[in-house]
Design a protein around this ligand. Structure first.
Ligand SMILES: C[S@@+](CC[C@H](N)C(=O)[O-])C[C@H]1O[C@@H](n2cnc3c(N)ncnc32)[C@H](O)[C@@H]1O
Length: 263
């Protein structure tokens, strides 16, 4: 894949850094202040969770992937799908592998996540993350060269896609990281085609007091979505997920809200 192939739906970026197109001009100060840019702390942890199944005897978030897979539209036509807050790209890449004629996009705000995601999933770069501090050693992970998968740096609340261009938006463990989840829903409605699906899974572990006030308990999210015109396909509360922390078996137990709505 050429360095200048950003996919059918993405416009020319504002800039490109090591092959990652920037659709938001993230400043050096923002990069320095963003916890998700910390390679050793966050990128390797996401790598252990999403890319190193053999450490755990299977993909720890298989239940999450199954939920997303269950709610993908059945279509004879190729679909355009975006995973927002894709981090190291596992979910987007799994869909790109399963559906070779789909256009799949992984967007995130972290350059470091995207640099690794692009290298590993589209450029065939092998990884050997240092997971020694978790007791997992330095597993060797073989890269891929998926041609229907594109990564880009963007804020999920201001996407580079044209109006009514996507069939599906997926976001997992993202909405509680956003300053304003409800304004993101409005942006996602803009870029979805009529009838397009939004698939969300989140532990609702909000960072901002204002989000707790506006979006908790989850019925407030449901009311908001209904008032904004979304049609409800599924509402699953709770969807439990365990995130492994180390080789001893310590884990974080998440109680997620999972829902699917249509534009
Ligand atoms: C908790 S991680 C979740 C990653 C992955 N989706 C998962 O299910 O494990 C949150 C991700 O969202 C990204 N993120 C945070 N704020 C964002 C924003 N405003 N727009 C896009 N991505 C964002 C972070 O860089 C990080 O990769």
């Amino acid at each position: 894949m050429s360095d200048l192939d950003f996919g059918r739906l993405l416009p020319a970026p504002l800039s490109v850094r090591r092959g990652v197109p920037f659709y938001y001009q993230k400043s050096e100060a923002e990069i320095a202040g963003d916890v998700y840019e910390r390679y050793d702390a966050l990128v390797t942890r996401q790598t252990a969770l999403h890319l190193a199944d053999e450490l755990h005897g299977g993909y720890p978030f298989a239940t999450l992937l199954e939920y997303v897979s269950t709610w993908l539209p059945v279509s004879k036509q190729p679909l355009a799908v975006a995973d927002l807050g894709c981090s190291v790209g596992r979910i987007a890449a799994t869909l790109a592998q399963r559906y070779a004629d789909w256009d799949v996009y992984g967007l995130d705000l972290s350059y470091q996540m995207l640099r690794q995601a692009r290298d590993f999933w589209t450029q065939g770069v092998n990884l050997q993350p240092n997971l020694i501090r978790f007791g997992w050693g330095t597993p060797a992970l073989d890269g891929y060269q998926l041609e229907n998968l594109h990564f880009g740096l963007s804020r999920a609340e201001a996407l580079p896609f044209p109006d009514a261009s996507l069939d599906v938006i997926i976001n997992t463990f993202l909405i509680d990281r956003l300053p304003g989840p409800f304004s993101a829903f409005a942006e996602w409605r803009r870029v979805l085609k009529p009838g397009g699906r939004l698939i969300t899974v989140s532990p609702l572990n909000f960072l901002q007091p204002d989000s707790w006030r506006k979006a908790y308990p989850p019925v407030k999210i449901l009311d908001h979505l209904r008032q904004a015109g979304w049609r409800l396909d599924d509402w699953t509360d709770h969807l439990p997920l365990a995130e492994p922390m180390d080789a001893r078996g310590n884990a974080v137990n998440w109680q997620c809200l999972a829902f699917v709505v249509e534009r």
